[in-house]
Design a protein around this ligand. Structure first.
Ligand code: BG6
Length: 489
């Protein structure tokens, strides 16, 4: 990784500083940026929670979690010690007015430096935390607030949260994170589309037959059952990550890579999504829930057993057929699917081109498969272009599908940073291009809400360790198409 100039000195204050997200993602991301010298020596990470830890207790906890989530950190004794020295822990009960003194005192001497308040906690606390920050005089001109998803449960609650946070912070200080936008391949999608002249002339209904976006997970809901059971795949993944990916595929070229231009174009896509009416839901949406099964050879319980909810109708899988009703994409379906406890862990965007209009190869027309561009988000990040080629040898022409493979790991021979690394540094830099603007979040909820309202049927069952409910296969096969199932890089 290139050693870039460090960002401005900062205090990163993490509400939910002892939680799962902080341990699994935020602290490892900050650790990596520290190792790359992207953080100035005097910058601090201040964890806020109700855990009653002192600094040394917190450092011990992070030390062991870091070795777990960043195995190479175990051997990097000096780097780890330097990082741990940045850490502080303050106990605050955010809903108790009298408990903010410690945080106020810690921040008091550093009025001028960038302050990042990272709200890695339940969304119902976003409003009270912002009010607490304001009432304790902690919001400075250089402050920014980061909101983790989910931003609300529906349009109403999202608007309420946006109003509450907006009463304390100006929109340009609010960073609504969708970590999919920080993934390397996702950023590369912008480069692939707009730094090459090859694709853009073909990027429309004239050449593209359909697009597939798959985010498949082998994991279950783990310890997040409480949150997940009131959320489900449509709220947890589709409303944000999958729609954001769709926006980047479908948007018009922004005039420049800048905060408003990119977000303006994404918003236009969200507004162009054809509404799914209650009459369409049966045809365009499949919800599923996993039953017990085998994942990677090991038996796993059903979702209902995992969340202890015998009657839960929360979906752990969703597949949708989506249309972008505009000139460029008219008649090009976007098939989205995501699920937990599937047969693989793989996320990809597949752009399927149209068949050749006429074959000059008599008798072997059937062997010509249409071109396909696969952007692999994880694992094995990269881009693969499926083409037809002639098999070598005399004795006539035989065609074979082959692919050009760009593996980021092999080509760039560098560690691929986690999405949070890039996004956290963007917050300190004050660059919100890869964050969601208020109107985007609300437009996404506006589109998803009728689907949620019309999804009264219980979800279809699928065994853990499979590709999801059969109805999801039927959803695409009805249109004479199939899901892209290639697993290997
Ligand atoms: C989160 C969801 O936003 O994204 C999780 O809440 C999901 O349910 C996760 O597992 C997937 O992220 P990634 O980066 O592992 O694909």
């Amino acid at each position: 990784m290139a050693h870039l100039a460090p960002v401005a000195p900062c205090d990163v204050v993490v509400f939910g500083g002892t939680g799962d997200l902080a341990m699994r993602k935020l602290l490892p991301a900050l650790y990596h940026r520290d190792c790359d010298m992207a953080i100035t020596p005097d910058s601090r990470v201040i964890a806020v929670s109700r855990a009653g830890l002192d600094d040394s207790g917190y450092r011990d906890k992070v030390d062991s979690e870091l070795r777990r989530f960043v195995p190479e950190a175990a051997g990097e004794v000096n780097a780890r010690a330097r990082f741990l020295r940045r850490l502080h822990h303050i106990t605050v009960d955010v809903e108790e007015h009298g408990t903010w003194d410690g945080l106020r005192a810690l921040l008091a001497d550093e009025q001028e430096r960038v302050r990042v308040f990272y709200l890695a906690c339940a969304p119902q606390l976003f409003g009270p935390i912002c009010v607490g920050l304001r009432d304790n005089g902690l919001v400075t001109a250089h402050s920014r607030v980061v909101l983790e998803k989910p931003i609300g449960h529906d349009l109403d609650s999202a608007c309420r949260i946006n109003d509450e946070v907006g009463a304390v912070f100006a929109e340009e200080q609010i960073f609504r994170i969708d970590h999919y936008l920080g993934k390397e391949t996702v950023q590369n999608l912008l480069v692939l589309r707009f730094a090459n002249s090859l694709l853009e002339p073909l990027w429309n209904s004239g050449s593209i037959d359909h697009v597939q976006i798959t985010v498949a997970e082998a994991i279950g809901v783990g310890g997040r059952g409480g949150y997940y059971d009131s959320s489900g795949a449509l709220r947890d993944m589709v409303q944000n990550h999958l729609l954001q990916l769709l926006c980047l595929v479908a948007m018009e070229p922004p005039t420049r890579l800048d905060r408003e231009a990119v977000r303006d174009e994404k918003l236009k896509v969200l507004k162009a999504l054809r509404p799914v009416t209650s009459g369409d839901v049966g045809r365009c949406v499949v919800r599923g829930q996993y039953t017990a099964g085998l994942v990677e050879g090991a038996p796993v319980p059903s979702y209902r057993d995992e969340v202890d909810g015998a009657a839960s109708t929360t979906e752990t899988f969703a597949a949708l057929k989506v249309e972008v009703a505009n000139w460029r994409w008219s008649g090009v379906p976007f098939y989205l699917r995501t699920g937990k406890r599937l047969d693989r862990h793989a996320s990809e965007i597949v752009v399927q081109f149209r068949p050749v209009p006429h074959s000059i190869f008599p008798g072997i027309e059937d062997t010509i498969t249409p071109n396909r561009l696969v952007l692999r988000l994880q694992p094995d990040e990269g881009v693969r272009l499926h083409l037809m080629a002639k098999e070598p040898g005399p004795g006539g022409v035989r065609l074979r599908p082959v692919h050009l493979n760009l593996s980021f790991a092999e080509t760039f021979k560098a560690r691929l940073p986690d999405a949070y690394e890039r996004l956290l540094m963007d917050v300190v830099r004050g660059n919100p291009t890869l964050f969601m603007r208020r109107d985007e979040v609300e437009a996404a909820w506006t589109w998803v809400e009728p689907i949620l309202a019309a999804s009264a049927e219980p979800p279809r069952r699928y065994a853990a360790g499979t590709a999801g409910p059969a109805a999801a296969i039927a959803l695409i096969e009805r249109d004479g198409r199939t899901w892209h199932e290639e697993v290997t890089a």
